[in-house]
Each structure stands twice: as C-alpha cells, then as structure tokens.
Design a protein around this ligand. Structure first.
Ligand SMILES: NC(=O)c1ccc[n+]([C@@H]2O[C@H](COP(=O)([O-])OP(=O)(O)OC[C@H]3O[C@@H](n4cnc5c(N)ncnc54)[C@H](O)[C@@H]3O)[C@@H](O)[C@H]2O)c1
Ligand SMILES: C[C@@H](O)[C@H](N)C(=O)O
Length: 369
C-alpha cells in the first residue's frame, strides 16, 4: 500500500510511542511542507548513525568551527560540511568542506541537503541574547523563521536534527537555583522566546512527524580560540583576553551575578554524545546540561591566582544585567546525567588554567614576533 511508505520512523524512544505509530501520515496530512510521499526518505537507506553526513548551519560563530573539528575527527573530514552566510577565514576554508547557506532560503537548504545526502544537521545559526535585543526583527527572522525552514527540511529528508537551546530559555518566574528541565519558561528576550519556540516546535515535530529532534540547553560557553557572538555571558570569554594582554578587565555585569557556564570542549562533547545516544535512552528531547556556575568576582579571584597583578572593575550594562538577573543561577542537569551519562570534565580551576595557558602562549608568541 503506497501510504505505508509515508510512515515515518516512530516509536524510537519510550516518549515517542505516539499516535503517528498507529495512523498513516496520510491521515495526518503529509510532511510539513506537503511534499509528495515519493520525495521523502532521500537518505533513509544510509546508515545515518554509523557514518553520518553532517551539515552545520551558522558554523562560523563561536561554536561551529570547534564542532566541525570534533565531528571531522570522528566521521572523517569530508563527511562534515560547515556553512554560514559569512566568508570563512583561510584556515577554516582549508580545513574541510565549507558552503554558503542562508537558513532563510529554503530552496538553498534543501538543495544542500539533497546534493550532499545529508543525514545529520546541527543548527547553530542564531542571534544571541544581547544582539537579539538590539535587532528584534532580524532575531525573529533568523531564530524563528529560519528554525521553521530547518525543521521542515529535516522532517522531509528524515534527518537527525540537533538544535541548541540555552539557559536564556528561562525567565524571571522560573526557579533559578537550581533550574530543572521542566518548569515555568517565560523568558523576556526575543532570544529566549525563540529558543522556547524551538524546543516546543522540535518536540512537536518529533511527536507529529517522527523527527529525530535532539536539543541541549547550553549554559554560557567559554572558548579560547573563537569569539562570542553578542551574548550576556560574553564577559567570561573576554576576561581572559584582557587579563593576559592588559592585566585588567572591565566587566559589564555586576560582581555577584551568578550564571551557569561551560568550557567549549565539554559543550561540544555533550552535543556529540546526545546525538549518538540510543533513541531509547532519551526520556526527553530537550535536556539541561551543566558544568559549573560562578560570578564575575569568583572568576576574577581564580584568575588572580595565576595573574597576581590582575584587576577587575565594573561598568554595568543595564540591558545585559537585566537579562542575566532573569536567567538560572544553577542548572539542574540530573536527567542528562541519568539518561545518557552526561559528565563534565572542566570545573572553574581547570577552565581558568586552560584559558590562561592558551592566551598566555598566544601573547608570548605575539611578543616574540
Ligand atoms: N555561545 C554560547 O554561549 C551559547 C550558549 C547557549 C546556546 N548557544 C547556541 O548555540 C548556537 C551557536 O552559538 P554561537 O555562540 O556559535 O553563535 P554565534 O552568534 O557566534 O554564531 C551564529 C552564526 O549564525 C550565523 N547566521 C546568522 N544569520 C544567519 C542566516 N540567515 N543563515 C545562516 N547563518 C546565519 C552568523 O553568521 C554566525 O556565524 C546558537 O544557536 C546559540 O543560540 C550558544
Ligand atoms: C547563554 C547563551 O545563550 C549566550 N551566550 C548568551 O549569552 O546569549
């Protein structure tokens, strides 16, 4: 019977023994963009877990290049395509496949997925919290309309889809210390609203169309060799540049502002681990992940142990402060630890040593040249 072909892979997790398993998709409407049945499952016959062919959107931001490096080590250089709307720097362009992809252009997205037989998609394009408040209409387009395109292309081509969410998906009425996976989510930034929307839409597509949607709520991510893209947690990256270059740092958040944070290696490993986790181990599709939690003052104290002349001053940015005050202080990630074995490697001391070593050696190289 022709409609049998239209049945999506369902019942993949205990949470997805949904009514799609009992009813053919024909009775539920077809795919999200009304694609004919024969157009589905371009990639269904390939082994998408053992050897995925990967597309990363928004790959030239703080996190994408590191993710590509990790995935290329695991799946081979040519199996991972990095994409963005920006021009890649030389070292990125020469390190593996790069392609232009604007997530607002649905046909372009579909062409890339089809031509490259993509099976896994990591959707990193976004406008972050502070920059999103400065440009709400662009944030709505990229974070919401763009997400719709990604969900549709993923559902139509049977992709495994990773979309990162954030501590910013919570708001002032959420429990802040700790913040569990399931609680009130009423964020007050366009970034947060778009991320709650992404979580809910991804889960809806999972239950409605059998989309293999996986989502982690990242804390603020700290990286040494990539710059943050306009978020509230950016201070915790900039402090290391300034401590090694100038011995001082002006912080745009108040001294006692506590936020969950994570070193990039932990973040990217968590991302790969949840993507490789057997579907039956996932009792949820959106998980908090956490590593450490600190204030600017505590971070400065740790930096001082290595840079004795280091000084921190405060010049608070009211918008970022209001955002930070509405976000979780500590993240409860016990479900991720229980379901798929999440465990972080970096606490505050290891983070600070690693970051200062990186920037210290860079500064020494620059001084020697
Ligand atoms: N960095 C963090 O601390 C953090 C924390 C929580 C969640 N996240 C999430 O992780 C993801 C990656 O974060 P990041 O820090 O690398 O972000 P970033 O801001 O550094 O990079 C985002 C990238 O998206 C690209 N982009 C913008 N518009 C686009 C479009 N129309 N089409 C294609 N690409 C477009 C930008 O050019 C940019 O390179 C985001 O979804 C973000 O919300 C990041
Ligand atoms: C926390 C995260 O989503 C991002 N770093 C921001 O501050 O906007």
């Amino acid at each position: 019977m022709p409609f049998i072909r239209m049945l999506r892979r369902v019942g993949q997790s205990p949470a997805c023994v949904c009514w799609t398993s009992a009813l053919p998709v024909r009775f539920l409407g077809t795919s999200p963009r009304q694609i004919p049945a024969d157009a589905n499952f371009h990639s269904a016959s390939f082994s998408d877990t053992d050897h995925p062919r990967v597309l990363i959107t928004g790959g030239l931001g703080q996190l994408g290049v590191g993710l590509a490096n990790l995935l290329r080590k695991r799946f081979g250089k040519d199996s991972v395509i990095l994409s963005d709307i920006k021009k890649p720097p030389d070292h990125v362009f020469h390190s593996g496949p790069f392609i232009y992809s604007d997530i607002l252009d649905y046909k372009n997205l579909r062409e890339i997925v089809v031509n490259n037989r993509i099976t896994w998609l990591f959707h990193y394009s976004a406008l972050l919290s502070a920059i999103g408040e400065a440009n709400v209409s662009l944030a709505k387009a990229v974070n919401i309309t763009g997400l719709h395109n990604i969900l549709d292309v993923a559902a139509e081509h049977n992709l495994r889809l990773f979309v990162p969410s954030t501590i910013g998906a919570f708001g002032p009425t959420s429990p802040r210390n700790p913040t569990p996976d399931l609680c009130i989510q009423r964020p007050r930034t366009i970034y947060g609203v778009s991320k709650v929307h992404a979580e809910l839409m991804g889960e809806y597509y999972h239950y409605r169309y059998g989309l293999d949607f996986r989502c982690l709520r990242y804390p603020g991510i700290i990286s040494a060799d990539s710059q943050p893209g306009g978020g509230t947690t950016d201070y915790a990256v900039q402090i290391f540049h300034d401590a090694t270059k100038h011995g001082k740092f002006e912080c745009n958040l108040e001294a006692h502002t506590r936020l969950p944070m994570m070193y990039i290696d932990d973040c990217l490993r968590a991302t790969l681990e949840v993507m490789e986790a057997p579907a039956e181990s996932l009792s949820m599709r959106t998980y908090n992940v956490s590593a450490m939690s600190f204030t600017p003052e505590e971070l400065a104290q740790e930096v001082l142990k290595h840079v004795p002349e280091f000084q921190i001053t405060y010049n608070v940015d009211a918008i970022r402060q209001a955002i930070a005050d509405s976000w979780p202080m500590n993240f409860d990630d016990s479900n991720a630890r229980k379901d798929w074995g999440w465990k972080h490697d970096f606490d505050l001391p290891e983070l600070v040593t690693t970051m200062l070593n990186f920037h210290g050696s860079e500064t020494r190289v620059a001084q020697a040249n």
